[in-house]
Design a protein around this ligand. Structure first.
Ligand SMILES: C[S@@+](CC[C@H](N)C(=O)[O-])C[C@H]1O[C@@H](n2cnc3c(N)ncnc32)[C@H](O)[C@@H]1O
Length: 212
């Protein structure tokens, strides 16, 4: 899954993962684990997720990262917000009140870019990365956020039935990836009606990762 794969998906407007509304598991998570007003949420690999507008509407600040500039221009258009844009070295910084989005590779983000973060909201981000990138991703996020709390949505299905993304990351892998640094709590799980892509029986899981 190289960068070009995702750039192409945005250029071809093939966005099967995109949801028109905020994710119901995020809404439930925040209802059960309210954040203080003004809390800052990091949304890695954000695409043009409606979760960002929803978080802003709840009074939270958002910092996010996304490879595709097409995605971020669409996100701002859909929110009706005109950003200020700053060129950084390998990143472009889109700025609006309460919102910082970096266009570029999430691995190029540093602590200084992200700032203090109260929560990481990871929907279709960790599961979008192939197996050999996931451990690096998990440790990079821990490094740039000082191991901030994470809400991670994952999928568990038979990887032989369909190729990812999204990839299957079963409980054993979740524990292997996050377990050394975080306590991992399975908060929710539900079967996806009809299975993933209408083929693979799939359980969607919502995890809380907390620094040990
Ligand atoms: C499956 S989509 C999920 C988007 C979003 N989280 C959502 O729920 O709609 C994965 C996104 O990650 C972006 N992406 C993939 N690799 C990336 C990387 N290394 N750095 C930043 N963004 C990346 C892709 O362009 C794509 O928009």
């Amino acid at each position: 899954m190289d960068r070009q794969f995702w750039i192409n998906r945005w250029e071809e407007n093939r966005l099967g993962w995109h949801q028109e509304d905020a994710h119901p598991l995020l809404i439930k998570f925040i209802a059960d684990h309210p954040l203080p007003s003004g809390a800052r949420v990091f949304v890695p690999l954000c695409g043009k997720t409606r979760d960002i507008g929803w978080l802003l509407s709840r009074g939270y600040q958002v910092v996010a990262a996304e490879l595709s500039e097409i995605a971020i221009r669409q996100l701002f258009d859909e929110q009706g917000i005109i950003p200020t844009i700053r060129e950084l070295n390998s990143l472009k910084h889109f700025i609006a009140p309460g919102l910082d989005i970096y266009v570029g590779d999430v691995f190029d983000l540093t602590r200084e870019h992200v700032g203090l973060v109260d929560l990481i909201h990871d929907r279709a981000a960790m599961v979008a990365l192939p197996d050999d990138m996931r451990a690096r991703y998990v440790s990079h996020l821990a490094e740039i956020t000082d191991s901030a709390r994470q809400f991670v949505i994952s999928f568990d299905y038979d990887q032989n039935l369909i190729a990812g993304p999204p990839f299957s990351v079963p409980q054993s892998q979740i524990k292997a990836l996050y377990g050394p640094s975080y306590t991992t709590t399975l908060l929710f799980q539900r079967d996806i009606p009809g299975g993933l892509k209408g083929i693979a029986p799939t359980t969607e899981q919502g995890w809380l990762m907390e620094k040990q």
